[in-house]
Design a protein around this ligand. Structure first.
Ligand SMILES: CSCC[C@H](NC=O)C(=O)N[C@@H](C)C(=O)N[C@@H](CO)C(=O)O
Length: 607
């Protein structure tokens, strides 16, 4: 194993800057984890020295600038328990005003009223399994309940002159949209009841509604929804790939949108004219519409597209394998971009941060599974250990963004294999459903096929392959080492599901029905038993590292405790790392460093 030149603490101390928003004064406000947890910072010019605005130990989850005043609202939870409270921050005098104080409830940020006098959110205050809609004056201590939801998730997409748009998530690809008039409580459905995913909902010029949706398509595009009759009209199709987001400035009609092309973002800019997108003119050739390639953004993953109040600037977050999460600002008229934050790599040479190769491997049913494959420098034939890193969700997608621990393991001589197995998002709606309910173990079989691909690779040491994954990916690790126990030298399970029955019984009650759509219902115990690794723990033979957070509201910590006990009973090496002040994500840098120093030692011992 090559001697590590940089500690894992060094990689984990590389800052992330993201979630940008532009204040009425034109200041950029964003989140940075420089102090060890994401806090609110501001910048008044690109590359200037940023100003830290908040200094909590707890993580801040979002920040949103008022459309009319020099102030923002941010959300913060405790111990990573996802029970966010809301706070207002005055950008001129630094005053911080708590807006909610119901610590037992989750507050999901919705948005500001168009005049900035009020804001809206959903919360499960009334019933823990149900989110209701609340409106609160920016100076008021109390909120008004304006709509009672039904059991399960309910969130706010946007607030415009016509009203508040609500999103009811029945499942990851089955949403309904509603329009709520907060003054009267009038509430009517805008969606047509088909199994459709909606996101990024925004009011445009003359209050027409725009969104990202896969309505009537296998991939997502930008559509306009008629508020009167609910007709959906696609104004920008995704084609072979999904449109992933857009920013739209109502008054000017300026639009910046991006497409997820095999994991990489392709960013476009233009203007809505008569409801159609007119691409920006190519500065070099006036009259000739430019295309995405004319936007001189680094090739990576773009997200958080957001216009400033005047529509002249559009800010976004962007990350690449060799570029930590940074904030850029686009000139919406010319398409020219400027980097506003540059977190740097703490002296780790950028050329040592490795880009993946995008590959596809054939799986058991001859389907092609996309994956990212990264070999370490100077990988010696037949002597390279591999970490198979399986993402969570499952309706998520691994993409080529900056991953500090991935770069650390690469520098230590591991190759990294990141499959987007069936059920992953990013490859069309049909692909996301290939692992649903009774098809669960097909995605685990995709992992076996991945290892077969690795066995055929000249660099790989087949006896030193590690199963590694977070959340749903942690389930995939436990499933892989029970279904195919001979393939693995070791395994690392972060906040994984071990038993779908206890998971569904103990997960947050507001999310149970949503997750049952993906995994199966408690009414089908035979299915849940068939797909739960806990019942095959006697097949586990490789050393297992388990990490969890005691405050996890999604995958209860009991999932970690029960699998650890089962495996330990058999005398197989098990190490468990549970943080009392963390939840589904380890959010403090101090804990992350402890976690990964322990994982590094565990892998050194067993691989
Ligand atoms: C408005 S949709 C909310 C989706 C929900 N988010 C928080 O609970 C969710 O299920 N997210 C999945 C990515 C998720 O948490 N999946 C696993 C864990 O990886 C699970 O708990 O089922």
């Amino acid at each position: 194993m090559s001697e590590p030149r940089y500690s894992v603490a060094r990689y984990l101390s590389i800052d992330s800057t993201e979630s940008p928003t532009i204040s009425v004064d034109g200041d950029l406000v964003f989140l940075s984890d420089t102090t060890g947890t994401p806090q609110v910072w501001s910048l008044d010019a690109p590359g200037a020295y940023p100003s830290q605005l908040t200094a909590y130990d707890e993580r801040i989850s979002f920040v949103s600038a008022s459309p009319t005043r020099p102030e923002v609202i941010f959300g913060m939870d405790e111990g990573s328990n996802e029970h966010d409270q809301l706070f207002r921050y005055d950008l001129h005098d630094g005053a911080e005003i708590p807006l909610t104080d119901d610590l037992s409830s989750i507050h999901l940020w919705g948005g500001w009223s168009p005049d900035g006098d009020r804001f809206a959110f959903t919360a499960n205050r009334r019933q823990s399994d149900t989110f209701d809609v609340y409106v609160q004056g920016r100076n008021d201590a109390k909120a008004t309940l304006v709509h009672e939801g039904e059991s399960g998730f309910l969130s706010i997409e946007t607030w415009g002159e016509p009203g508040i748009v609500l999103s009811k998530a029945h499942a990851s690809f089955d949403y309904d949209l509603f329009l709520l008039k907060p003054e009267t409580g009038e509430h009517r459905r805008l969606s047509d009841g088909t199994e459709t995913r909606y996101g990024n909902v925004r009011f445009g010029f003359d209050d027409r509604l725009y969104c990202v949706t896969n309505h009537d398509s296998d991939t997502a595009g930008i559509a306009r929804i008629d508020l009167e009759d609910g007709t959906h009209e696609t104004i920008q199709a995704g084609g072979d790939w999904n449109v992933e987001g857009f920013a739209l400035h109502g008054e000017t009609g300026r639009i910046v949108w991006s497409r997820n092309v095999d994991g990489y973002s392709e960013v476009h800019a233009g203007r809505l004219v008569d409801g159609e997108i007119e691409p920006l003119e190519d500065p070099a050739d006036p009259g000739d519409p430019s295309d995405s390639d004319n936007l001189d953004l680094p090739k990576g993953v773009a997200y958080d597209l957001t216009f400033g109040p005047d529509g002249q600037q559009c800010t976004l977050s962007l990350s690449r394998s060799d570029d930590p999460r940074s904030v850029f600002v686009l000139d919406a008229e010319t398409g020219e971009s400027e980097r506003w934050t540059n977190p740097g790599t703490l002296g780790v040479p950028k050329e040592s941060l490795l880009e993946p190769e995008t590959i596809r491997y054939e799986t058991f049913d001859r389907r092609e599974i996309p994956a990212y494959w990264t070999l370490p420098e100077n990988a010696s034939p037949g002597d390279t250990p591999v970490i198979v890193d399986i993402h969570g969700g499952p309706e998520h997608q691994r993409r080529p963004w900056f991953f500090p621990t991935k770069q650390y393991f690469l520098q230590q001589g591991y190759a990294i294999f990141e499959p987007n197995v069936r059920g992953s998002s990013g490859y069309g709606t049909e692909y996301t459903h290939l692992d649903d309910v009774e098809k669960r173990m097909d995605s685990v079989a995709d992992i076996e096929s991945a290892v077969e691909w690795l066995h055929d690779h000249e660099a790989v040491d087949s006896d030193r392959i590690v199963a590694y994954g977070r959340s749903y990916g942690g389930f995939m690790v436990l499933a892989a080492i029970t279904e195919y126990p001979d393939l693995w030298a070791a395994a690392v399970d972060f906040v994984g599901i071990a038993d779908f029955k206890t998971f569904l019984e103990n997960t947050g009650e507001w999310r149970r029905s949503h997750r049952a759509q993906e995994y199966g219902s408690l009414d089908d115990p035979e299915l849940l038993e068939r797909i739960s690794p806990i019942h095959k723990a006697d097949r586990i033979s490789c050393p297992l590292f388990i990490q969890h957070g005691a405050n996890d509201p999604r995958v209860p910590v009991g999932e970690a405790e029960q699998i650890a006990e089962k495996v330990r009973e058999r005398g197989v090496p098990v190490e468990i790392c549970i943080f009392d002040d963390e939840g589904h994500h380890t959010t403090s840098r101090e804990n992350l460093i402890e976690e990964f120093e322990r994982i590094g030692k565990f892998l050194e011992t067993h691989v």
